[in-house]
Each structure stands twice: as C-alpha cells, then as structure tokens.
Design a protein around this ligand. Structure first.
Ligand code: ZN
Length: 333
C-alpha cells in the first residue's frame, strides 16, 4: 500500500502536518497490495490469472501504453482482455491487488529487431481498443498523463521487467532461470538458487552552507538546468557515508550533518533515490569535471527565484526529488 515516510529528523507537529510530499513527485504513489504472504500459496497466482475482471498495464519496452479519454480521463490500466489483445505474446507479471479488489498484471509487448537494422529493438503491439497511445515513462509522470498512482504501478512494472530482461541466467551456475511468484523472484531449476529483484540505492543531496546551497549540472542536463548532486551507494556504506564521499569526490567539499528528507523510486531502470540535506563545513569547490560541468553556490533567495522561473538557471522538474530538496530548502526545512 502507498506510504510515504515523513522526514526522519526532529519534527514538530506543525512540521509533520506540513510534510506531505507534493503529489507531483513522480512514482511515489503505488496503491497495490503486493500480497507477498499469498504468492507462495499453491494455486494462488493461477487463481488470480483466471479472473476475468483483472486489470493490466502494458509496456512496449520502456514505454507504457495508455488509453486516452476525456471522461473519466486517461488511464494506463486496461482490462485484462484489452491488455491481451495489445500484447498477446508478451511476458506477464502479477503485480498485486488493487484497492478495488482487482488483480493487477503487467504485460510486455514482444520485441523484434528494427526492420531498418539500426541495432535497436522495437516493440510490437497488436490492434487493441481504440484511442491507445504510448508515452515515455518520464513524460508519463512529468506531464501527469495518467493519475499519479497509475504512474507508480507502471514504474513498478518497468523496473521488474528490466530486471528480468537482464537476469535470465542463474548467477550461481549460469543455467537459465525461471520467473516465479508472479515476477518477484527467479529460481534456478538446476542448482536451486533463488534470485530477487534488485534496487540500487542512490544518495541525492542538496549541500548547504548557511543561506546557500550548492547547485550543479552535468554535461547531459537540459540547457540551463542545475540540480542537486547524486551518486550510487557502495557496499558497506551508511547513507551518511555515501553522501559525504560523493560530495567530496564531486566537489571537494567536506560535509558534517546529513539529514534524510524523502525518497523516490526511480524506474530507470530500478533505482531508489534517497534525498538528503548535507551541511558543508567548507566552501571551496574543486569540481570533478568527469562528473560535473559546473557547480556553484546559490543563495536561498536565488533558489526561490528559480522556482518562480525568474533566475538565470532552472531547477529540476517537479516530478524529480531534487526539485523537492530545493523547495524544502527555500521553505526553510
Ligand atoms: Zn543455478
């Protein structure tokens, strides 16, 4: 069920009442009950699969399909019969149970090599219901194409499909493994090893020093956009260790207090963004140019102006956690 933890810092009741994350933060709502306690019960998933009132999301590669509608609005949740018509040969995941009591599945359209032979894979969907479109997963959340809880369901499906695509063989013995538990596990029929979907933790931190925050940009960012810095956690690290190490590696800054703010599943393909504030004890920048194109200290007032579109740089879009770190600093969190 959907649950977004409040910030883990010393909060007053007033803080808690104001700490609800913006609904525009992408992928954080997922209303499904994953029913892990039932998945190993013999016949349970078959029973769910036999239900004719099931719902399903459909992906063509990493592009979700959705159905346009003015009333009640666009949706990425198809009836299972429509999903089967759209992707008759694809793989199936059993994602969980919708709050309405309906099983929810995911179907992956079959992939074929590009007829233009450009090396890309193309995904083929068959004729299904009318008014079906597809959209990239970022745009789905960024533009609010479908309701936020549906974007969360699609993100879950995309992360699981991506894991299965890259983990078809047992990492213990090398033999082909089988999807089980509706997609939440793979099992090796040869050596019996069990494999579970991975999630890669990334720390993303707004480094602050008094009334200033560090804004940085990578060469691949949209023109004019500056954001928080981020990096993958390594084995054996605490979140605080990772924040300090990544900050020093990328900027030369030493950080003291690290405060957790909020997290966000990031389905590209399966990352967990761990949003933090990091108080810097130094201010001199030594930028790692292999990671960052630029980094600069920005005042709280300038950040507030950037959120109003009145600065000479733009903040990250509001579906990304970095935007909410910036907004939280501007609001004095
Ligand atoms: Zn094996």
């Amino acid at each position: 069920m959907y649950y977004q933890a409040p910030r883990q810092k010393f909060l007053s009741l007033a803080d808690l009442m104001n700490s609800t994350p913006s609904p525009q933060l992408g992928y954080i709502q997922n209303p499904l009950d994953r029913v892990h306690n039932n998945r190993e019960t013999e016949g349970f998933i078959d029973e769910m699969s036999a239900r004719e009132d099931s719902l399903a999301v459909v992906l063509a590669g990493d592009r979700p399909l959705y159905r346009k509608s003015d009333n009640p609005g666009a949706t990425a949740l198809f009836s299972i019969s429509d999903a089967m018509a759209l992707a008759p040969e694809g793989e199936t995941l059993f994602l969980g149970i919708h709050p309405k009591g309906l099983p929810v599945f995911a179907r992956l359209a079959k992939s074929v090599e590009d007829p233009g032979n450009d090396g890309d894979m193309h995904y083929v969907t068959e004729k299904g219901p009318a008014d079906v479109e597809h959209c990239d997963l970022r745009g789905l959340a960024l533009r609010g194409v479908v309701p936020a809880p549906e974007a969360g369901i699609v993100a879950l499906a995309r992360s699981l499909f991506a894991w299965h695509e890259s983990h078809k063989f047992c990492s213990t013995c090398g033999k082909p493994s089988n999807m089980t538990l509706g997609g939440y596990r793979r099992e090796c029929p040869d050596c019996g090893a069990l494999h579970f979907p991975r999630t890669d933790p990334v720390t993303i931190m707004l480094v602050t020093h008094g009334e200033q925050a560090l804004m940085a940009r990578g060469a691949h960012f949209a023109p004019g956009m500056y954001s928080a810095i981020a990096g993958f956690m390594e084995p054996g690290e605490t979140i605080e260790d990772a924040v300090a190490r990544e900050t020093f590696e990328e900027t030369g800054l030493h950080v003291g207090t690290v405060t957790y703010h909020m997290s966000q599943p990031w389905p590209f393909p399966s990352t967990l963004m761990i949003g933090c504030y990091a108080e810097s004890t130094t201010t001199e920048l030594t930028i790692d140019t292999s990671e960052l194109e630029d980094a600069r200290w920005v005042s709280r007032d300038e950040l507030a102006a950037s959120l109003r579109g009145e600065a000479d740089f733009s903040p990250p879009a509001d579906f990304a956690i970095a935007h909410h770190l910036v907004r939280g600093f501007v609001d004095g969190v």
